[in-house]
Design a protein around this ligand. Sequence first.
Ligand SMILES: [Fe+2]
Length: 401
Amino acid sequence: MEVTPLKHAAGKKCEMGATITGLDLNNISDEDLAALKDAIYRYQYVNIKNQHDLEPVKHWELVTRLDPTAPPVHGHGTLKEFNKTGGFLSKRVVQGIPGAENVRLIGKGYQGADHFGIKDFTAAGGASNDYHKYPPSAESFAAGNTQFQRWHMDAPLYDREPPHFTALRAVKCPVGPDLQVNWDDGSNQSMKCKPGQTAFVSNTQLYELLNDEEKMLADNSWVEYAPFPYMWVENCKGRTNGLGLETEGKEHAMEEMPEWDQEKIKTVRPLYFPLYENASIDVRNLKYPMVWKTPTGKKALQVHGLAVRKMFLKATPTSEVQEVDDVVKIRKLLHDWQERIIKPEYVFMGPVEEGDVQMWDNWSVFHTAVDYPDHYGPRSMHQVNLGASDKPVGPMPISVS
Ligand SMILES: [Fe+2]
């Protein structure tokens, strides 16, 4: 097993990424597994080459071995639960690979007569520009202009904890000329990418872009995510740079959400099973620090802005807590901070080829798909992650009152 740090092009400021060779994920020793985990933490993103023959059950086994005490369920729960409360995430049809249902087939286009046992399936409605309020025009898109789809971490943000790692296998990649990703926000920013690539930014690097006062505020503050957050915002549309939502008042009122008992939320310890139906959750599980400490001793500004319903701001350790429940104010603050890293020099395009398994430290990066025109051909990805056994820890304590 060899880990080689990626070399970024001149002018780039991104620091993440490594290539791993000499590893067979069908047959990985405990020693190599530990080295893989260390590499993911250190480089935040790794691209494991030549896994063409990976068995789906071994793909799933990989993430369970990396977090062996976690409940053995995909980060988004079973497909039944996901389809019920997944909001805009479940507007596309997501399939589990037969015999390894926690391995999810995502992608675009016709997946073939028999894709690992899935027959005649065409993937549609996934990571597309349709999610945007102002997507590129049909003509512009056909000519190769696109946008970042949605910057995010892979996280249910309700009940289960965010997965530590995602393992994304490229079974089939689209082919064709490079695309141009446009910010389309008046900034004139753009960058090139290959069709089917996933983009990444480091949120530890983002933290370091805050000034001292902002770091102090971020260190001491926390957020509360909406229950069933992707359902809460299912009617909202994304911004052109892929970060967050256009605010149009389309979030569901809490009365419109599936039943959840406020008293139970405040008083009952979390139960992992059953996951959504009759789930009882502790409010502390809905509150996350803004800043998550990483195993490497760094700090990541890790806030999934589109799912945040409340913010609890504390400028210093001894300041009064300021509760903010106005999504306009919440999003303004987060966009101001997070857009500092959504820039061509910091965005890293995963150099994926068919047979690769990309993995990342999901607690310290954001990633996004980038839509491409149909004529580039189908994209077949197998995505696996596992709701974590622990919850993120911030640099300062959170009030549970
Ligand atoms: Fe994702």
